[in-house]
Design a protein around this ligand. Structure first.
Ligand code: TAP
Length: 453
């Protein structure tokens, strides 16, 4: 059994059976058996089932939100937003079965046409930071394209995925189309990567595990989509609305206690604005409510585990230049206060490695060119923000920063209808929007010789 721990209390909140290699093999066999009928179902019928699943998840939104808030230690208000996004993701991709179209291409002597074919069985491997939301970003487009799936949730947060499978069956999804195998990544995840009947792996997690998945998938030439780590820049120019930028910046790092691949954890501030920006930042951080995830007023919860808290703490040694430290509860729970280190250099460890906790660094810069150099001086390229009152500068910066997602005068990273994914070592492929649907298909080209007539 897997003991599932509630990070705010350190208590066991559930026990679930742990899957091993036999269970993964059985799930893949069930998915393989179910896929041909799922694929052959009339597109409108598949769409209707996906709408029913969205409705059923929506009906249980409050219970699912509380489960996710407790298991992942996230504020209940955020959990509601995340489960709401999962519902919207199933709704968005419910249109997929009827909108996946091919092309006709003019050629000599016949008619050439393309089809978007499903791949077959897809292995989905997801992390613990946004368990149900990230699962929905993969399950929904994969099913819409006519595939069946085997989902391996993170061992720390398997509960919402197990609930998703139950709700899908109750909503009428045929048995075997969506299978969940809670178990360790090194066993169940690896088996999915190696399994000859799995056509593709869609993975979200660390860059380190992403590398091992890419290597493993090479053996059977599996398709791979990877959503990996980040070390994104939040670039604040002196001509920005500094109060607005400073009020938003903490939530770009400390949302989900910093356990967010999109965290804009390097705050680059134009030198003349540093003093005023830091004063505004302190006001926002000192007012942040850190505590019980189920309290409606809470803005930041605990970290996911004691081990992870130790890792985060290693980035804030005794002699670290702590400029701002927020509050955190005493007692049980894996708490860590929101922390800002400043002034920092982009060469410092805390500025180079993904901390995945509530620790931001502030790095001063002079002028646009240095801002671009600093923003791009990282192996990652997932998200980012630019704050400025100059629209032309905003667009120059947006084009120059090497990143998959960028927002101007905003922290926004993900929307159901727009593509999300990374440049450089932040990943391969895109999730959400129309792009994701295509990533779960293969293009087939058919030539029909029609002769002279
Ligand atoms: P990982 O340790 O990479 O785990 C992610 C998933 O991979 C888990 O389900 C894990 O299973 C599984 N796994 C571990 N070893 C594996 C192996 N050898 N083969 C196959 N699967 C394996 O990441 P995490 O700690 O859960 O999440 C934190 C990291 O994920 C951060 O670096 C963060 O940036 C990244 N992340 C990225 C994004 C996007 S969208 N780019 C989103 C969220 C998180 P177990 O849980 O059983 O170990």
């Amino acid at each position: 059994m897997i003991e599932v721990i509630e990070p705010a209390t350190e208590q066991v909140m559930a026990e679930v059976p742990e899957a091993g290699i036999d269970e993964v093999d059985a799930a893949v066999a069930a998915a393989k058996k179910a896929q041909p009928a799922w694929r052959a179902m009339a597109p409108a019928d598949r769409a209707a089932l996906m709408h029913r699943l969205a409705d059923a998840l929506g009906d249980e939104l409050e219970a699912l939100s509380r489960l996710e808030a407790r298991n992942a230690g996230k504020p209940i208000a955020n959990a509601r937003g995340e489960i709401g996004m999962a519902v919207e993701t199933f709704r968005y991709y419910a249109a997929g079965p009827e909108r996946l179209t091919g092309k006709t291409i003019p050629v000599a002597g016949g008619i050439d046409m393309t089809f978007r074919e499903p791949l077959g069985v897809i292995g989905l491997i997801t992390p613990w930071n946004f368990p149900m939301t990230i699962a929905s970003w993969k399950v929904a487009p994969a099913l819409a394209a006519g595939n069946s799936v085997v989902l391996k949730p993170a061992a720390l947060t398997p509960l919402s995925a197990i609930e998703m499978e139950r709700i899908a069956l109750e909503a009428g999804l045929p048995e075997g189309v969506l299978n969940v195998v809670p178990g360790p990544g090194s066993v169940c995840g690896q088996r999915l990567v190696e399994h000859p009947d799995v056509a593709k792996i869609a993975f979200t997690g660390s860059t380190e595990v992403g590398r091992s998945i890419a290597r493993g998938a090479a053996e059977t030439i599996k398709r791979v989509t990877l959503e990996l780590g980040g070390k994104s820049a939040n670039v604040v120019f002196a001509d920005a609305d500094l109060a607005e930028a400073a009020a938003a910046a903490p939530f770009a790092v400390f949302d989900n206690a910093g356990q967010d691949c999109c965290a804009r954890s390097r705050i680059l501030v134009e030198r003349p604005a540093v003093e005023e920006f830091m004063a505004e930042l302190e006001k926002t951080i000192s007012a942040m409510r850190v505590g019980d995830p189920l309290d409606e007023a809470t803005q930041m919860g605990p970290l996911i585990s004691a081990d992870h808290r130790d890792t985060v703490a290693s980035f804030v040694p005794e002699d670290a230049p702590v400029a701002i430290r927020g509050s955190a509860p005493d007692g049980p729970g894996y708490w860590f206060p929101p922390t800002v280190l400043s002034p920092m250099s982009n060469d410092d460890r805390a500025a180079r490695e993904e901390i995945f906790g509530p620790v931001a660094v502030v790095i001063p810069f002079d002028g646009e060119q240095e801002a671009v150099e600093l923003a791009n001086d990282t192996i990652y390229g997932l998200s980012g923000s630019v704050w400025t009152g100059d629209g032309s500068r905003a667009l120059r910066m947006a084009r120059a920063i090497e990143t998959g997602v960028l927002s101007i005068n905003s922290n926004s990273s993900v929307r159901v209808s727009t593509p999300f994914g990374g440049f450089k070592q932040s990943g391969v492929g895109r999730e959400l929007g129309p792009d994701a649907l295509e990533h779960y298909t293969e293009v087939k080209n058919v030539y029909y010789a029609v002769g002279e007539g």
